[in-house]
Design a protein around this ligand. Structure first.
Ligand code: AMP
Ligand code: ZN
Length: 481
């Protein structure tokens, strides 16, 4: 596979430390609110990447954190803890907020066919590991204590800006308008590893540490969680593009300084979902959720389809019109697949292999998911039998996860349910089983002939099979209960 690596600014062959094995880490959500569909764009593309790697024969160990402490309202080290803000807004405890929004996040993931990572670790569950890393950084001289907090000293590094070569003024953090600069810092980009002094004295979650009672900075959690579950050598680190700086830059600084060797080979960043007024963001307060899309009648998988139609390294503009188009195209695709007959021939293994090879080349070129979608239409047009087409589609859907065959089966069932059995003026509607239709018809005939005993006998026999018959004007309808 070729994959763009943000650390080298190049598309490169994907290589791992151990053959056929990928240690993969993903920055998880900050659980103070619902994930918006922008966040979920990142998780969809990371999910496709993981599934593509598995499909190509890698065994993947994927780890994700849940940020339930330490992420302040600025991405630098200033402002209020986002979790605390959420708890105050909803009159709940921080842990209640964390649990509620973690569950909501995984429910959204389920609806979008995003696989749960092998390990999911909330930051608050690994405080001792973070303390160990901070202690190690102090011992090695990469960190210092000032004003009660422990800071990482970025001047100790030869190369701090891994993802860009911009100068410090362009990347100034903690100096956004309205945000005060932390005067304890020796260098502008130094960042907090451990807080004991915060302007917000009511910080809800605190732990004892060698530097006093406090809480970890945001960046240290990802280094700590990855080191514990992925080991010292990480192959692939993912996140949204806004995480590249300062979050990932700081993760690299602290992990490599602590370990004393290079840490992660490949960095995968998903670009933003934007609205006409700019980046969709939780802190702006107005954002779209999966539940809202559902309330408006969209299938969450139509949103997944919409995301897959464009490349992860390009900004994607969300409009309702774009989503309508995606929903329409997705429905049509399912309809075409539903028209295929799986009993039409045996799978032609040579054709299947050729299509898989092409998909591997195309999608494997920097995760080109729009070519993956095109490949679905190509499969439908293939000069082969339906059984082979369905096998090709099933294989591609292991990566794209659009539930193509399941949705097609549902549609076929729905279409069958609408078929009606008619005898004279008596019409039976049911769930598409001709044997049941016939029995319900027979009951109708018996009733017409005033043979009520026979009609009741049939109704009871159907009931035994879990079938409920309801008389409707001009006939009857049946359903499984
Ligand atoms: P958060 O819950 O704010 O920590 O963000 C979770 C993930 O979503 C991170 O990887 C972010 O980089 C990513 N993200 C945030 N906003 C957007 C957006 N508008 N489009 C795509 N990804 C985003
Ligand atoms: Zn992270």
């Amino acid at each position: 596979m070729l994959l763009y690596n943000s650390a080298t600014h190049k598309k490169e062959p994907f290589v791992t430390h151990t053959q056929n094995h990928v240690e993969m880490y993903t920055c998880g959500p900050t659980v103070y609110h619902f994930a918006h569909i922008g966040n979920l764009r990142s998780y969809i593309m990371e999910d496709v990447l993981e599934k593509f790697l598995r499909w190509s024969g890698y065994d993947v160990n994927r780890v994700m954190n849940i940020t339930d402490v330490g992420h302040l309202s600025s991405d630098a080290d200033t402002g209020e803890d986002k979790m605390l803000k959420g708890a105050r807004r909803e009159h709940k405890t921080v842990m209640e907020i964390a649990q509620y929004y973690t569950d909501a996040f995984f429910e959204d993931c389920r609806k979008l066919n995003i696989k749960r990572p092998d390990t999911v670790q909330p930051a608050t569950g690994l405080i001792d590991d973070f303390i160990k890393i901070v202690s190690g950084l102090l011992e090695k001289g990469y960190a210092y204590i000032a004003g009660g907090n422990v800071y990482f000293d970025t001047s100790k590094l030869d190369h701090y800006y891994v993802f860009n070569n911009q100068d410090e003024d362009d990347l100034a953090v903690g100096v956004r308008e309205g945000v005060e600069e932390d005067l304890n810092k020796r260098n502008r980009n130094d960042f907090v590893l451990w807080f004991t002094k915060s302007k917000f004295e009511d910080q809800a979650l605190k732990w004892d540490s060698p530097w006093g009672v406090g809480y970890p900075g945001w960046h240290i959690e990802c280094s700590g969680i990855s080191l514990k579950y992925n080991g010292e050598y990480l192959d692939l680190h993912c996140g949204g593009i806004d995480n590249a700086f300062p979050h990932h830059t700081n993760e690299i600084a602290q992990s490599e300084s602590y370990l004393g060797h290079p840490w992660c080979k490949q960095w995968f960043h998903v670009h933003h979902l934007n609205t006409n007024s700019g980046k969709m963001s939780k802190s702006k307060g107005e954002f779209l959720t999966v539940s809202l899309l559902e309330e408006k009648g969209y299938d969450p998988l139509a949103y997944r389809f919409f995301c897959l139609q464009s490349h992860y390294r390009k900004g994607l503009v969300f409009t309702w019109e774009n989503l309508d188009n995606a929903q329409g195209a997705y429905n049509k695709l399912i309809k075409k697949i539903a028209a295929l007959d799986e009993k039409d021939g045996a799978v032609d293994e040579a054709v299947l292999a050729a299509y898989k090879e092409k998909f591997d080349q195309q999608v494997g070129n920097d995760l080109n998911t729009s070519m993956g979608i095109t490949a679905l239409y190509d499969a439908l047009k293939a000069k082969t039998n339906d059984a082979t087409k369905l096998a090709i589609l099933a294989s591609f859907d292991e990566v794209l996860s659009l539930s193509l065959l399941e949705k097609a089966a549902e549609l076929r069932k729905k279409q069958a349910a609408q078929t009606q059995a008619v005898a004279g003026s008596y019409t039976v509607t049911g769930e598409g089983d001709p044997a049941i239709d016939a029995l319900v018809l027979a009951r109708g005939e018996a009733k017409k002939a005033k043979n009520f005993a026979e009609a009741d006998r049939i109704r009871d026999a159907l009931k035994e099979q879990g079938i409920e018959v309801t008389d409707v004007p001009g006939g009857a309808s049946w359903k499984r209960v």
